[in-house]
Design a protein around this ligand. Structure first.
Ligand SMILES: [Zn+2]
Length: 201
């Protein structure tokens, strides 16, 4: 990531491309839809130095939302958010926790505990509709915690996802999807490929 300015949308896009976290072409998604872009945040987080740097920048963007309050934990949904919570927590000097589904319900396990009225931040790797973020917010509020702010590495919603809490993201990214019948790339004659089929290590 030498020479890349991860403070800017352009620099972040370069970083995601360089890490193979953002592929561009014509892809068949697991949903069956087609897209000109494929996002795999795990590939940008696989380099520990990059993950730490991204966590620090996201923490910087969240700090102005916190007022005088110092968060004592950062919570994310597993699996995608685990490293994001860990790295934002490193930057803020607090605990990094994650929620998991148990019988379909998002919950804190593994002995993770929250104090009554504990101030915390909820983070994600990617926000699309905000659904899993809202589930995490509900899970920690059910334990009595206060959610100060929400952060994500990527916002795929064009800023539209409403999680009921003020939020920030590092990278705004459009990932259009099309049904095979309506796919303009197919109409141009190209064939979709499965993401990962040309990605090595
Ligand atoms: Zn297509």
């Amino acid at each position: 990531m030498s020479g890349i300015d991860i403070q800017t949308n352009t620099g972040l896009l370069d970083l995601f491309r360089e890490q193979g976290a953002l592929l561009e072409g014509h892809f068949l998604l697991s949903s069956g839809l087609h897209s000109p872009r494929y996002l795999q945040c795990a590939r940008v987080l696989m380099d520990p130095a990059v993950a730490t740097a991204l966590g620090a920048v996201l923490a910087d963007r969240l700090r102005p939302l916190l007022g005088e309050v110092t968060p004592t934990a950062v919570v994310a949904p597993a699996v995608g958010g685990v490293l994001v919570a860990h790295e934002v927590a490193r930057a803020l000097g607090c605990r990094g926790l994650f929620t998991e589904r148990q019988d379909g319900r998002m919950t804190l396990r593994r002995g993770f505990a929250l104090a009554e009225a504990e101030p915390l931040i909820v983070v994600e790797d990617v926000i699309t509709t905000g659904g899993s973020t809202r589930e995490v917010i509900e899970a920690v509020r059910a334990r009595g915690a206060r959610v100060l702010a929400v952060g994500s590495l990527v916002d795929r919603s064009g800023g539209a996802a409403d999680v009921g809490v003020t939020r920030r993201s590092l990278l705004e990214l459009e990932v259009p999807t099309y049904s095979p019948e309506a796919c303009p790339l197919c109409a141009d004659g190209s064939k979709p490929e499965k993401p990962g089929s040309r990605t090595s290590r």
